[in-house]
Ligand binder design. Structure first.
Ligand SMILES: [Zn+2]
Ligand SMILES: [Zn+2]
Length: 135
């Protein structure tokens, strides 16, 4: 397999992983589901599903089906949210916060901005803002 482009783990360390492919820029998702899961916008990068090597000796990884075709992966022990997976997609979303520094990533885009929480304003960071998802 190709070189490691990123490493990450959950808070308790039960789950760790390596990403053996380039990761895209970080998307900040302001949808209502991400807000509940993350407490604020969800920060996700993506990489090819096949490029993930997962270490989960205790079987801590749980998947929650948050919508018809999407599952969210998290640690059943510490609750850290790790993955976002659209059924049949070749790419997997991974939470930027679960990655070890230096990630080499850059902030890219705010998505689902129309659904953002009413208790904060979007940062004036010059990033693109989209009503919908990233394409
Ligand atoms: Zn954990
Ligand atoms: Zn979202």
């Amino acid at each position: 397999m190709s070189a490691v482009h990123g490493r990450g783990r959950c808070l308790c360390g039960a789950i760790s992983f390596e990403v053996h492919a380039p990761m895209r820029e970080v998307s900040f998702c302001h949808c209502g589901m991400c807000r509940r899961v993350h407490g604020y916008a969800g920060a996700y990068t993506t990489a090819l599903v096949d490029s993930f090597v997962l270490h989960d000796a205790q079987g801590a990884l749980r998947w929650y089906r948050s919508s018809e075709h999407v599952q969210r992966g998290f640690c059943g022990t510490c609750g850290t949210t790790l993955f976002w997976q659209h059924e049949g997609s070749k790419v997997r979303g991974v939470t930027a916060g679960s990655l070890d520094a230096p990630t080499g990533l850059r902030a890219g885009v705010h998505i689902h901005v129309a659904d953002k929480g009413d208790w904060y304003e979007l940062p004036d960071d010059g990033l693109e803002r989209r009503q919908g998802s990233f394409s």
